[in-house]
Design a protein around this ligand. Structure first.
Ligand SMILES: Nc1ncnc2c1ncn2[C@@H]1O[C@H](COP(=O)(O)OS(=O)(=O)O)[C@@H](OP(=O)(O)O)[C@H]1O
Ligand SMILES: Nc1ncnc2c1ncn2[C@@H]1O[C@H](COP(=O)(O)OP(=O)(O)O)[C@@H](O)[C@H]1O
Length: 220
């Protein structure tokens, strides 16, 4: 029997329900998925701001930031931890690396959720199976998948980091939407049109949804 299965789950003294009562709202995971440049980070940040102003406890997990820390790349880890460690734990953009990226983020988001916090995640998360696994790891109703549905041509026109240009020029391989797949959600809780509406309008749509679902208390 492998040693690593001798790990038991601890029930905490302060339950999730206790924390949610204290917070005055439920915990959940708002999982934003969409192409690079679709507006995931912008929406997560506007939501974070609007919810925080209302005293709601939130946490943002953002693609670029998480890939600098928890899910650092091989190149970054090589400098700090050496070649062997970097080769084993560094994450890039192959299908399997994206799978592990999403698995770790899902686990962190779940911890926030269980602590009664609204976790806002902004990752491309291009594969349906990876998103489904995160959903299935959570309690029914905790995973709220929001498709940030911005057409590729709009994302490509925005191209704030110049990555689409590089991908088109063949300088960046496996770029989502260009030479790597994006599998749009089939039954997301919500679809937002971030090519047509302002981030504030989109955030209002999401908040209205959360009130309808009784995750947030109604506004006075
Ligand atoms: N090959 C490739 N494909 C897609 N994206 C790439 C790639 N290389 C680097 N980047 C930059 O990394 C950001 C996406 O990271 P994610 O962690 O969200 O990706 S994934 O969910 O694991 O697919 C993404 O950021 P966003 O534009 O914020 O989505 C890009 O800036
Ligand atoms: N709803 C929106 N309408 C117009 N422009 C937007 C909208 N949301 C984001 N943007 C712009 O699009 C670009 C990409 O947004 P970002 O949030 O970084 O996308 P992602 O996190 O999906 O890569 C940024 O320049 C941002 O200002």
């Amino acid at each position: 029997m492998a040693n690593d299965i001798h790990v038991t789950w601890h029930e905490h003294r302060v339950s999730r329900e206790d924390r949610e009562r204290l917070n005055g709202h439920r915990g959940c995971v708002i999982w934003l998925t969409g192409l690079s440049g679709s507006g995931k980070s912008t929406l997560a940040n506007v939501l974070d701001h609007l919810l925080s102003e209302r005293g709601i406890k939130t946490a943002v997990l953002d693609g670029d930031n998480v890939r600098h820390g928890l899910n650092a790349s091989t190149g970054m880890l090589r400098e700090t931890h050496g070649e062997e460690f970097a080769a084993r734990f560094g994450l890039g953009f192959t299908a399997i690396d994206r799978e592990e990226n999403i698995r770790r983020i899902g686990a962190v988001a779940q911890l926030f959720c269980e602590a009664g916090i609204i976790a806002l995640t902004a990752f491309i998360s291009p594969y349906r199976i990876d998103r489904r696994r995160v959903r299935q790891s959570m309690r029914e109703g905790d995973f709220i998948e929001i498709f940030v549905d911005t057409p590729l041509d709009v994302c490509e026109q925005r191209d704030p980091k110049g990555l689409y240009k590089k991908a088109r020029a063949g300088e960046l391989k496996h770029f989502t939407g260009i030479d790597d797949p994006y599998e749009a959600p089939e039954a997301p809780e919500l679809v937002v049109q971030a090519g047509e509406r302002t981030p504030e309008e989109l955030a209002d749509e999401v908040i209205a949804y959360l009130i309808r679902r009784q995750i947030l208390p109604p506004t006075d």
